[in-house]
Design a protein around this ligand. Structure first.
Ligand code: ATP
Length: 582
């Protein structure tokens, strides 16, 4: 298949911000993709070369990319540099330079999807002496053979910035519609939630139809997408929702870990399915020695501790462990951690996700011999609101953030990849007026004045509306920033700058700077009110009004573990508003 077909499709997708339209365009594309190539097409459309858990990072030094563009087009180097400085988007630079290419050579080959994919793999995978030359040659050759629109998307993919704004859910819609029917959409999603690999799902669908998906099973070494919790404002509401009796577990505030353990290996994945095994060698050792089954997939929360007092430390401490490849030994000593396990999804050849909570908890017990550093999450099973309140107070007293209520019903299954009522969280913050912290996406900024002159004075924050595929503004955030974060913000946000309001953003407010939705920050507010200027839940509570957060304050947490699509949703904001009215 020609890469040009893909590039032209991407161009059409970029021209729309409507989820349904995107899905239609994708269906049109998938229908003409040969079965053997759908895997690569899906990955390229996601801007990836492999599913996230494989950890293959795209990204190329801009200098090298600009040089390759020059080699391929012979457009004068300072001019290419100028385009880059003006635009900051390698894709646009490649597009413009290739459009202005001096003469078209007779010796161009048309680019196939296979060829582009193989070249990108080779460029992403090579390092060491001679690799720069090789990358330059490969990229220059591709640019030479490209039309402007192909050059644009190859450059963006290589830079790791394809960003077509297609949510996974839209790809799933399109795959179901192409290879089966709308009615089977949930089956496609379930397959994806189990293997976390849409390309594999697509390839099975294309080769074998919807039945092909039965081949997808939970496997040790292949992470599944995490189950998430709903929230309610009070313990009595929770008990009522869960049939009068439930399990209350300590809600630890750390890093969620999905551990895939065999007799000879331990692999650790975060909630975003990033492989963090190499960052936590201590956890690997601790788990290996506490493990007493043959193989299992377990879930827990990794919490930083003070080894002198045995007390848990704030969540931020564990994030210091992340990404520190070079001083790993000192990081391990400086920021020791422990693991509280709360679920067992697989043990010794059997998938337990479709069994009730109580059974999974029993299995978990048989997998682990508790040690100082590896423990099972504390739990209380009760039907008494008083006992549950006491447990909650005990957790808060120990510095915990709240409790997780878990259904004991016969169908209290582990629902990979979805937020559901089998788990309900209840946090300390719920007791104040605005019932929770929220995770909002930065979509714009306002120039600073006075002490903040030259930087950003406030940020425009949004919730995510998955039905519309849009980010809807909900507040202007200017409080809670210390000097360090104020100084860091321009650099943190720079890679996401957008010329004008990003097409996935819905705002009535005019910001001085706009960003592609990418960075997620935790915000605590005093109250949620109706607002004529914010677009979150527009017309949903009252015609001509949206929802806004009053007196928002940045809590100090940047949610690096959350992509923008996992930020607080508009629906969650609505339910927080309703809880507050109670
Ligand atoms: P929050 O910011 O409240 O953690 P979230 O959106 O990140 O919200 P939720 O699904 O709402 O995630 O809350 C569940 C998270 O709580 C899990 O992802 C996990 O990391 C953590 N957690 C801590 N203790 C437990 C427990 N006992 N059972 C399940 N999850 C727990």
């Amino acid at each position: 298949m020609e890469y040009l077909t893909l590039a032209e499709t991407y161009q059409r997708i970029e021209a729309t911000s409507k989820r349904l339209e995107m899905a239609d365009i994708l269906v049109e594309l998938f229908k003409v993709v040969p079965a053997g190539e759908i895997e690569k097409v899906v990955l390229l459309t996601q801007g990836k070369l492999a599913p996230d858990f494989k950890g293959i990072e795209l990204g190329i030094a801009e200098k090298l990319a600009l040089k390759a563009i020059y080699e391929a087009t012979r457009v004068n180097e300072p001019e290419i540099q100028q385009m880059w400085l003006r635009d900051g988007d390698l894709g646009n630079v490649a597009f413009e330079a290739v459009s202005r290419k001096k003469q078209t050579s007779l010796f161009t080959e048309s680019l196939s999807v296979d060829m582009v994919f193989a070249n990108l793999e080779q460029i992403a995978g090579s390092s060491g002496p001679g690799s720069q030359d090789m990358k330059l040659k490969l990229l220059a050759k591709m640019m030479h053979d490209s039309s402007p629109v192909e050059a644009k998307y190859i450059a963006r993919t290589l830079a790791g910035k394809l960003r077509l704004g297609i949510a996974d859910m839209t790809l799933i819609d399109a795959l179901a519609l192409t290879y089966s029917t709308k009615e089977n959409r949930d089956k496609v999603e379930q397959a994806y939630n189990t293997c976390s690999d849409l390309a594999r799902v697509a390839s099975l669908l294309a080769e074998k139809g919807i039945e092909g998906l039965d081949e997808i099973k939970l496997e040790v070494g292949i992470p599944l997408r995490a189950m998430l919790a709903e929230r309610l404002p009070g313990i009595p509401d929770i008990l009522e929702k869960l049939g009068g009796k439930c399990a209350f577990e300590y809600k630890y505030d750390g890093l969620r870990i999905q551990a895939h353990i065999t007799k000879t290996s331990v692999q650790l994945y975060t909630r975003q399915l990033e492989d963090v095994t190499s960052q936590f060698p201590d956890l690997v050792k601790m788990l290996a020695s506490a493990f007493k089954a043959k193989e299992a997939v377990l879930e827990g929360e990794c919490v930083p501790i003070d080894t002198n007092t045995g007390e848990m430390l704030p969540f931020q401490t564990v994030s210091r462990r992340r990404g520190r490849k070079y001083e790993l030994t000192s990081a391990v000593n400086e920021f020791p951690v422990m693991l509280y396990l709360f679920d067992c999804l697989y043990k010794d050849g059997k998938d337990y996700t479709q069994t009730p909570y109580t059974n999974r908890r029993k299995k978990l017990k048989t997998c682990i011999k508790e040690t100082d550093r590896v423990k099972l999450a504390e739990v209380l099973i009760t039907d008494s609101p008083e006992e549950a309140e006491e447990f909650f107070q005990k957790v808060i007293g120990k510095g915990g953030e709240g409790i997780m209520a878990k259904s004991l019903a016969d169908d209290s299954f582990y629902r990979a990849g979805s937020r559901g009522w089998n788990w309900i969280k209840f946090k300390r913050d719920y007791k104040s007026e605005m019932n929770d912290t929220v995770d909002l996406v930065v979509v714009g900024a306002f120039s600073g004045k006075g002490r903040r002159a030259g930087g950003y004075g406030a940020l425009l924050m949004a919730t995510y509306n998955p039905e519309e595929g849009k980010f809807e503004t909900v507040t202007k955030l200017g409080t809670g920033f210390d000097d360090a974060i104020l100084a860091a913000l321009p650099e943190l946000l720079e890679p996401h700058l957008s010329q004008g309001m990003h097409r996935l953003v819905n705002s009535k407010m005019q910001a001085d700077f706009w960003f592609e939705p990418a960075m997620v920050m935790e915000v605590k507010g005093a109250e949620i009110t109706l607002s004529p200027i914010h677009t979150c839940a527009w017309d949903m509570v009252r015609n001509g009004s949206g929802l806004a957060i009053r007196f928002p304050r940045y809590t100090g947490k940047i949610r690096q573990d959350k992509p923008p699509e996992e930020a607080t949703t508009t629906a969650e904001m609505l339910s927080l508003y309703e809880m507050q009215l109670k």
